[in-house]
Design a protein around this ligand. Structure first.
Ligand code: ZN
Length: 249
């Protein structure tokens, strides 16, 4: 754990929306982040049923690379991500940002556990899992032996409000919810359900869905986290305005 003050910027579910991303990055010009995290669904969908075909794969990889390069060019800080269900589970290793999927990584003095893909609802996208697979993987990756500062999961926990679709369906994961309650990070970050962006406190843990850039419900959105022994102040930079989300005195 690091007690220094730092600023973490969260950018979510870009879905290759280059112009939205650039407007959002421009709106952050006065912010000096120590770390930038992307919540997944970064690039264009790989072609359905053809994800492994070389041309489709290359186009998808290029779109992911372009999004990450755009972020890296705008900030003087490490950039890290998890792939979403619209991304491939095996992004290239030479991307200009750190892939946190299935890893526990120290960045900017923070320990961050990353978990990509989505489930258990399967829509045929590139990176999906069921609860049994997620539970086994999360248990083997992240035991309860060390507290994490940030748990970054593309998929929200089930039934927490951050996973509620426009149609009223709770589209999160039970396994992610269970691992959240075991790990008890200082901050949980997700994306995936764009219309449910925002923050909640779940069992005393501050949780943010920062994934709202791509369609549907697309917005120019980043969440700025001012950190001092944990998240102290959360501010949404949204469509050209700054909106306070949460402050702990
Ligand atoms: Zn998603």
């Amino acid at each position: 754990m690091n007690d220094d003050r730092k600023t973490v910027v969260l950018i979510g579910d870009v879905h290759a929306e280059w112009e939205r991303l650039q407007r959002t990055l421009d709106s952050l010009a006065t912010v000096d982040p120590d770390l930038v995290l992307l919540t997944g669904d970064i690039g264009r969908d790989p072609p359905w049923q053809r994800a492994q075909r070389r041309a489709g794969r290359r186009a998808h990889d290029d779109s992911v690379r372009r999004v990450l390069a755009q972020v890296v060019a705008a900030v003087d800080a490490p950039v890290a991500f998890v792939p979403g269900n619209h991304d491939l589970h095996d992004p290239p290793r030479d991307l200009p940002a750190v892939n946190l999927d299935g890893k526990l990584v120290q960045l900017a003095g923070l320990s961050i556990a990353g978990f990509g893909g989505a489930g258990p609802r399967a829509f045929g996208y590139a990176y999906e899992w069921n609860e049994a697979e997620a539970e086994a993987r999360l248990e083997s990756l992240f035991d309860d032996s060390g507290a994490q500062d940030i748990f970054l999961s593309h998929t929200p926990p089930l039934g927490c409000g951050l996973d509620r679709t426009h149609g009223g369906i709770d589209a999160g994961s039970r396994s992610v919810a269970e691992r959240l309650s075991v790990l008890r990070p200082r901050l949980f970050v997700c994306g995936h359900i764009h219309e449910a962006w925002g923050w909640r406190e779940i069992d005393g843990i501050p949780c943010i869905n920062a994934g709202a850039m791509g369609p549907p419900a697309g917005q120019d959105l980043a969440v700025v986290v001012e950190w001092e022994n944990g998240p102290r102040k959360l501010t949404a930079f949204r469509d050209g305005r700054q909106e306070p989300l949460r402050e702990v005195s």
